[in-house]
Design a protein around this ligand. Sequence first.
Ligand SMILES: Nc1ncnc2c1ncn2[C@@H]1O[C@H](COP(=O)(O)OP(=O)(O)OP(=O)(O)O)[C@@H](O)[C@H]1O
Ligand SMILES: [Mg+2]
Length: 251
Amino acid sequence: MKINEIKAGINEIKVENKSRNNKGDGMIELINGTIAKNGKKIVESVDFKVKRGEITLLFGSNGSGKSTVLHAIMGVLGLTSGEILMDGENITHLPVHERFLRGITLAPEKMRVAPNLTVEENLLIGGSDVSKVYSLFPNLKKLRKQRASTLSGGERQMVVFGRALLTNPKYLLLDEPFQGLQKEAGDKILEIIEKLKKENVGVTVISHERTEELIEIADKFYIMTAGRITYEARIESVEGAIEKLGEYMLV
Ligand SMILES: Nc1ncnc2c1ncn2[C@@H]1O[C@H](COP(=O)(O)OP(=O)(O)OP(=O)(O)O)[C@@H](O)[C@H]1O
Ligand SMILES: [Mg+2]
């Protein structure tokens, strides 16, 4: 075999290995997604991408369809048309638990916890290393035996976030993670979001709060208006992104 042929062969092997290694370049893609509820289209022809190792923000006014997009990615809600790919695999028809096993976790809005379980039992749904959450939110340790139904909104929010964190997601979908939280707890969540990005997690955040700080650490943002993506851009400057949100009356 000639030396050039050997070299070509080696290159081919390298290319093949690179394409199998999804460490750096994993991605979830919602392609041309439409979702109707009770016959009414509430999300229409949406293209939305999240990459591992990046923070993606989804903005839009109330009722524009943001949570619905995350529900569709998690599989809580089926697409009426369109498809969803995860790291190149078509997951459009996979049930929630299959998507969860592949590494997608949704921390839902409105502080959804299991009300009859204790704080600790709620956290254990996510994973066994509950001490990790207690060191993040020391208050929760004091409340560990308390039923979640007795918690304040902010405390429930910590449980929702902590539980999601314990699942060690590849893709974390955070829907209004700062709702009801005191500044200090919110600061910790911001820190964790940034840390997760460094650990190659793809983090998606919907938030009406801490917008500027989120933009500072994020890579990309989308704006939804009445069920459609009306703007998307990589974040080049914080000022530029905030100005754009202002044009859409979102700040
Ligand atoms: N079960 C349902 N049947 C009909 N319409 C629904 C249903 N659930 C939600 N909607 C509508 O779908 C639209 C999108 O809702 P969604 O919760 O995705 O918006 P959002 O952008 O997350 O809003 P918010 O900022 O208030 O959380 C809203 O207009 C809402 O009224
Ligand atoms: Mg919502």
